[in-house]
Design a protein around this ligand. Structure first.
Ligand SMILES: Cc1cc2nc3c(=O)[nH]c(=O)nc-3n(C[C@H](O)[C@H](O)[C@H](O)COP(=O)(O)O)c2cc1C
Length: 167
């Protein structure tokens, strides 16, 4: 066994296909903040818990570590441009974007297939990232658009359904 170097590990775990989400919050100055993530995962149904992780070098790191409320938006296949915008620290991410404040003031992005309004529960140090565990306070499934997928460092659309063998 040999310890993988970061590039080897990045390439290996990139073969694990994920969805794409945008997490939003309000920063200490009351300004909307957000970033694209593929580390989002469901954790627990009762209580309703989810997690995602933020890199300690991410420009929004301090904002999300301090955030008591977030909104997690699952992206649809038509939202590549929105995903790229919220992954780009050099643009004004909310300029021209359709959003409204949620129950806790958190920006809710229009048109995303699913929006979860959350409150922060736990922050776990994990190497060069922090894992953020959040309680889901409300679920809004808005429409059935096929998901945006992320695989091998690129975007994908969902393919044919396979026979699971359990129906
Ligand atoms: C599809 C996709 C998934 C991403 N997932 C994460 C993530 O889970 N956690 C994270 O901290 N950054 C993630 N990022 C990176 C951030 O969205 C953002 O690009 C980065 O924080 C910008 O800072 P940088 O230019 O210094 O890398 C992801 C980016 C993309 C395009």
């Amino acid at each position: 066994m040999s310890t993988p170097n970061p590039e080897q590990l990045r390439k290996a775990v990139a073969r694990y296909a994920t969805g794409v989400a945008i997490v939003t919050t309000t920063d200490a100055n009351g300004q909307p903040a957000g970033m694209t993530v593929n580390s989002f995962a469901s954790v627990s149904l009762e209580p309703a818990l989810v997690l995602w992780s933020v890199g300690e070098h991410a420009p929004e790191f301090a904002t999300f570590i301090a955030a008591s409320a977030t909104a997690i938006h699952v992206l649809g296949a038509s939202q590549v441009a929105l995903s790229n915008r919220f992954a780009n620290p050099t643009v004004d991410k909310f300029d021209g974007i359709d959003w409204r404040p949620g129950d806790q003031g958190t920006p809710l992005l229009a048109d995303c297939p699913v929006c979860l309004q959350c409150t922060a529960v736990q922050t776990i140090e994990a190497g060069d990232h922090r894992i953020l565990v959040a309680q889901v306070e409300s679920v809004d499934v808005r429409h059935d658009e096929a998901p945006l997928l992320f695989y091998a460092s690129g975007y994908r659309e969902i393919g044919a359904a396979l026979d699971s063998g359990w129906s």
